[in-house]
Design a binder for this molecule. Structure first.
Ligand code: ATP
Ligand code: MG
Length: 477
């Protein structure tokens, strides 16, 4: 009996229970081959976690997690092409779809609430399912016939029933589970929002009790979880962070954002600066989680800059605050730069009176590769404020004017002279002076692109150097 994904199905078929037959059709070649390799070598191997959960609810699976009785060393030997093995013994196979293989394990404690103190392998499937976070993630599929995709479900914790009821419930004692790993609090919220599931009351009670422990989570783990939340297209950031706030997570993990609660602002839409921030994130695409984060953080500066009804300089203060958040959460340098540049630039105000030179300077100041981001952020900021760009004199006009400048030189590499020319023609020694002269020539050319000619620029440079020398001879001038 083929179990093809049924769009819109509310939950798993009533016939599905612990021990029921379940056919995965089609079972893609990659997980099928990996399972076969393990089974042929005499090991037990099952599919587990997200893929089983998503298959039996008709969502379809993209990533495939395999749990096996084989020890990590045995797994590595069986898959010489494996690219990556982490310290928890998970082997990730090359290629797509993603296939990850993890040895059955039981974990012996998480004293620092960050990661297991020790991982013991060689346990059974039952032990392995028992250390997973939520019942809906603790369902396994054991292959009976890999050729046809026939197999059997193992569901000792009632995950299938919880999928049917629409409940996120911890495996076993919820206080213990959250105490072992505080990241599970964030995962619980994310799964409940993604699937529109309620939180089991005992699980939610334990979650609230464990909130202070999330302060001890490593920045990297919070970052990854935050990104998974932001990139989930079925979760609106406004809903997610309202839930974080309600549960007490927001003030522990993102206090800078909590500080925007109650900061009134004169926007047409009701709400404070926090409401505005999450709405801005809502209006940005989930497939660019870092851009969504920029939307979320773009007004952090409003928490401290309000004076006389205005938030003077909040974009600068906000860029610093955003940087603080992102460094704490160990975001990459690239992401930090991207977000802080956007926050710093987000208040730009185009006027039709801008000269072409002003348009060119704007492009250079923002950076060619950040303009699309900045306009996307502006559009989201507008949407979250119920403001419309003016038909004339708005962003569309700025974009049209920027397009006209496409041919104009905007960087020193496009200048008609380079550092070698300056050394050769003006006798400048290699050193920082060269960069300074090129930068001043760039200013000349931004003002007037027609001056981007070798002889003209050399003359400009000569005059500038002569003026400098004259200045040097008259120190008190
Ligand atoms: P997603 O669709 O978001 O990938 P997933 O269920 O596949 O959801 P993963 O983070 O990929 O989630 O983890 C795979 C499985 O590993 C989970 O289904 C769960 O069984 C287990 N797991 C992951 N993280 C934890 C954790 N912190 N504590 C306990 N079990 C976990
Ligand atoms: Mg997964």
């Amino acid at each position: 009996m083929a179990q093809l994904p049924v769009p819109g199905r509310a939950g798993p078929d009533a016939s599905l229970t612990d021990g029921a037959a379940y056919t995965i059709d089609p079972l893609p070649a990659e997980p099928r081959a990996a399972l076969r390799t393990l089974v042929d070598a005499g090991h037990e191997a099952v599919l587990v976690g997200g893929c089983v959960r998503d298959l039996i609810t008709g969502r379809g699976a993209t990533d495939w997690d395999i749990a096996t009785s084989a020890a990590p060393e045995a797994v590595s030997e069986l898959f010489p092409g494996s690219v990556w093995e982490n310290r928890f013994g998970t082997v990730t196979l090359k290629g797509t779809p993603l296939v990850e293989i993890t040895s059955y394990r039981t974990e012996s404690g998480y004293r620092d609430r960050r990661r297991p103190d020790a991982v013991a392998f060689g346990a059974s499937l039952t032990g392995d399912l028992g250390r997973r976070d939520f019942t809906i993630n603790a369902i396994a599929w054991r292959p009976d016939d890999l050729a046809t995709g026939r197999g059997t479900l193992a569901d000792p914790h009632g995950g299938i029933e919880d999928l049917r009821r629409g409940v996120v419930r911890a495996v076993g004692d919820p206080d213990e589970r959250f105490d072992e790993d505080a990241l599970r609090l964030l995962r619980a919220v994310r799964f409940s929002l993604r699937f529109g599931f309620a939180m089991d009351p005992a699980t939610e009670g334990a979650l609230v009790r464990a909130v202070p422990a999330t302060a001890t989570l490593s920045g990297e783990r919070v970052r990854d979880e935050l990104l998974r939340l932001l990139e989930d297209e079925s979760i609106a950031p406004s809903v997610a962070f309202a839930r974080w706030e309600e549960l007490g997570l927001l003030s522990v993990l993102l206090p800078e954002l909590s500080a925007l609660r109650g900061v009134a602002q004169g926007k047409r839409l009701p709400g404070d600066a926090l409401d505005h921030s999450v709405r801005t994130a809502d209006a940005l695409p989930a497939d660019d989680a870092v851009l969504r984060l920029a939307g979320l953080l773009h007004d952090l500066g409003k928490a401290t800059t309000l004076a006389d009804g205005q938030f003077i300089g909040h974009e600068r203060v906000g860029a610093e605050a955003a940087e603080g958040v992102m460094r704490r959460l160990r975001f990459s340098e690239r992401d930090v730069e991207r977000v802080t540049a956007l926050v710093r630039a987000h208040m730009f105000r185009y006027e039709p009176s801008w000269t072409d030179a002003a348009v060119r300077r704007f492009i250079v100041r923002v950076g060619l590769d950040r303009l699309d981001d900045l306009f996307a952020l502006r559009a989201a900021d507008n949407a979250a404020s119920d403001v419309e760009e003016p038909a004339a004199g708005g962003i569309a006009e700025l974009r049209a004017r920027m397009a006209e400048q496409r041919e104009a030189p905007l960087g020193t590499r496009q200048l008609a002279v380079d550092g070698h020319d300056l050394q050769r023609e003006l006798g400048l020694a290699p050193g920082p002076r060269i960069g300074q002269v090129l930068a001043s020539l760039m200013e000349t050319v931004l003002d007037d692109p027609s001056r981007n000619e070798r002889e003209t620029l050399l003359a400009v440079a000569r005059r500038a150097l002569a003026a400098d020398d004259a200045g040097l001879q008259e120190p008190d001038g």
